[in-house]
Each structure stands twice: as C-alpha cells, then as structure tokens.
Design a protein around this ligand. Structure first.
Ligand SMILES: Nc1ncnc2c1ncn2[C@@H]1O[C@H](COP(=O)(O)OP(=O)(O)OP(=O)(O)O)[C@@H](O)[C@H]1O
Ligand SMILES: [Mg+2]
Length: 403
C-alpha cells in the first residue's frame, strides 16, 4: 500500500519565485489512517488539487493534515475512530500522520498519532502523541508554533445557523494563526472549568480550592478574550476590503469578558468575573456548567454590502462570507508574519460559480498559499492547470497526475 508519489517541485516547474518563503508541506505520510494503509505524498509549495470520486479518500487527507495542528481536527472526530478499519474488523494498528513542513527557518518534521501501551487491550490507554523533529512534546499545542493552518469544509456551511460553540471554535482557530499560545490557554481554561463543575456537582468542595479555580478561570477568560478581540480588530481592515466577488464583512466578538473589556480595565473585568462565579456556585452545580466565562463567547458576522447578519444571508452568501474571512486571515498573516497559512479547502470550488472560482484561484496564487483543494472532477480546477500539483485519489491511494 505504500504510495511513493515522486512529485518533485522543480520537475514540475511549480516552484514559483519566493516559494522558499512559503509555509508549505513538502511531504505527508499517513499510516493506518481511515481508508489509508500507508500513503506518502511529496508535493511542491504550490496549491495541491486532490480529485477523485466520492469516498475515494480526499477529505481524509485534509483531515490527516489538520491533526498537525492543535485541536480536534477538521471533523472533530474521536481519535480512535481514525484507526483504519477493514472488512475483517479493526486492523489493530493505530494511526499516525507525519509531515515535513517547510518554513522560512528551514524544514521541520511534525508527527502525531495514537499510541497504545503494548500490554493494554484495544481501545484502552490510547493517547495522542506529538513529535517535533523526532522529539516527543507534551501536547498538540506546540504544533501551532510551527504550522499555521486554516480550513473550510462543507460541514462549516451551517456555521452561522448553529449554536455558538462552532463559531467560537472557528474564532479560536483564527486566533491561533496569530497567537500560537492561544490553544494552550483555551485548553487550560477548559480543564479548570471542568474541575470546578465536577467539584460543584459532587458537593462538599473546599471553599478555598473553589476560589482558586475561579480565580484561574477569571484570569484565563480575560486573557482569552483579549486575544480574541485583538485578532478580530486586526482582521477588521482586511475584512472591510472585499476581494473581487467575495463580500466585505464585519466581525464582532461578544462574551462575558469581551463585553466588559469595552469599557473596563482587564483587572476590573477579572474581579467581576470571579465574583459572578463565586455567586453562581449553587446554580452551576445543579446545571453542571459554569454560567460565566470564556466558553460562552460568540462571533457575529455582518455582510456589509447587504447590511445583513450572516444568519439571515442566503446559503451561498454565507459560504462567500466564510471565504472572505479565511482570505482576510491569509492576507493578514502574509503581511504580518511573512507567509500565508496552509489552507485546506474541502469541496469549496464546486460550490462557487465561475467568477468566484477564478477570483479564489487568483487570490490563492497571488498570496502564494499552499492551498489543498478537493473536488470530484479535475475540470473544476481548470484555472489551476499548470499552476498546481494535481493528485488523483482512488480507493485510499494517491498518485501524482500532473500530465
Ligand atoms: N476508520 C476508517 N477506516 C476505514 N475507512 C474509513 C474510516 N473512516 C472513514 N472511512 C472511509 O473513508 C472513505 C473516504 O472518505 P473521505 O471522506 O475521505 O472521502 P472523499 O474522497 O472526501 O469523498 P466525497 O467526495 O464524498 O467527499 C469513505 O468511504 C469512508 O467510509
Ligand atoms: Mg470529501
């Protein structure tokens, strides 16, 4: 099942000037990952097009890449579900993803996967391990210091119609691209919040211990809110300027700490939050969740041309708004950090009309983004012929197809 894909960048003439400054993957290897046995992709810094029929394994490749950044991956799947299953039942080996990332400071090897302790039965004692240049690191948060990644998937079509949690995750991913510590901050906050909720639910918790947890929650909430507000403010200019047919937009972040920071000092907001948490212990214990904090934040998006909140826009307009946001993010990162993030665009092209498709391709090429695009048919990507690395995906195998 090994798939050597000799897709030498120079051979294909796809190493555009300045390509060495791009953030790009030059090699991706997946093992026992969903419908893949073993696959290796060697790709240039240019956009990569993965095409093939439904169920071939295109999204699985993008999802595998998404685990090279902190968080729960592109589909939010359970880690054990990524293990390859075959008709004969579970294959018994755990999944891994490894890549060589090209950065302005040279190549970095990133790897992650599920590891099982040898003496444990399947499903037990499995945990995600992360390696950077061969060294095991403490958790996935460190990956954000190397790989900046952004994605758009069909599952995100409902983002503006769903509950706040998906928008908050989207916002936190935007923040991560500018502030690699953000992931660590958010997961630490969530850990402390879970511990407080557990103590309140079980009852009999020590008052001083609860106060200490609440102080940590208040402090983290303010730090998280400040980072979110900062990135939304930075994106404001880039978003207000529309790119061709993609609409200009405005983003606002609302939340317990975020709203307070409009008019009060960080310390005042922190004190206020701590008091609110202390006062809501009884209720929070009964409801099994905290009534205040960074986990309640929401992101509001307005289509500026129509002066319409995103939830009231048409499906196509909502999609265009999401494209506007990720392009603004890419432009801003290119400007402020010297290179755009790697972008995973799952089935985006098929949903755009000809004008928007051409505009997206122009923008991606102009920004020098290594965008990974998927679709069922190669002709959809006509505008990228000769300018992208084309890969054909079939039944868990990927082969270069640049002729
Ligand atoms: N753990 C697993 N083990 C084996 N196969 C899996 C596993 N999880 C998912 N699959 C299979 O992987 C296949 C490819 O899925 P993927 O989502 O990558 O397809 P795709 O090429 O993106 O298709 P589409 O064009 O329909 O979006 C599917 O048939 C799916 O059932
Ligand atoms: Mg797919």
């Amino acid at each position: 099942m090994v798939q050597p894909a000799h897709n030498d960048a120079a051979e294909q003439g796809l190493s555009a000037p300045g390509a060495q400054d791009r953030l790009s993957l030059s090699r991706l290897m997946v093992s026992h990952y969903r419908n893949y046995g073993m696959a290796q992709l060697d790709v240039p810094a240019s956009p990569v097009v993965l095409y093939g029929h439904n169920g071939a394994g295109k999204t699985n490749i993008l999802e595998a890449i998404s685990y090279l950044s902190p968080g729960r991956g592109l589909r939010g799947a359970r880690l054990a579900d990524l293990n390859r299953r075959t008709a004969e039942g579970p294959a018994g080996t755990t999944w891994s993803v490894a890549a060589t990332l090209e950065t302005a400071l040279g190549p970095v090897r990133l790897g992650t996967g599920l590891e099982r302790k040898a003496d444990q039965p399947e499903g037990d004692a499995e945990r995600r391990v992360v390696r950077i240049d061969g060294e095991t690191v403490r958790g996935p948060a460190a990956l954000a210091e190397y790989l900046r990644l952004t994605w758009l998937t069909p599952q995100m079509n409902g983002l503006f119609m769903e509950g706040a949690s998906s928008r908050r995750r989207f916002l936190d991913r935007l923040v991560l691209g500018f502030d690699p510590d953000h992931g660590r901050r958010v997961s630490q906050y969530e850990r402390v919040m879970r511990e407080r909720t557990r103590l309140l639910r079980d009852g009999g918790a020590d008052d001083a211990w609860l106060s200490a947890l609440e102080a940590q929650m208040a402090e983290s909430s303010v730090a998280i809110a400040a980072a979110r507000r900062d990135v939304v403010a930075r994106l404001r200019g880039a978003l207000a300027a529309s790119v061709g047919p993609f609409p200009s937009a405005a983003m606002t972040v609302t939340g317990d700490a975020e709203d307070g920071l409009d008019s009060q000092s960080a310390l005042d907001v922190e004190n206020w939050l701590r008091e609110q948490l202390a006062q809501s212990r009884l209720r929070d214990g009964e409801r099994g969740r905290a009534s205040f904090g960074a986990h309640r934040t929401d992101l509001e998006v307005v289509h500026l041309v129509h002066q319409m909140t995103a939830a009231d826009c048409s499906t196509g307009e909502q999609k265009a708004l999401l494209v506007s946001i990720v392009l603004a993010e890419a432009r801003l990162q290119a400007m402020q950090q010297g290179s755009a993030p790697i972008m995973l665009l799952d089935e985006i092209v098929a949903h755009l009309d000809g004008v928007r498709r051409a505009a997206l391709v122009d923008e991606l090429l102009g920004l020098g983004v290594q965008a990974w695009l998927t679709g069922t048919d190669r002709p959809l990507f006509e505008a990228l012929e000769g300018r992208a690395c084309f890969m054909h995906v079939e039944n868990g195998k990927v082969s270069p197809a640049n002729d």
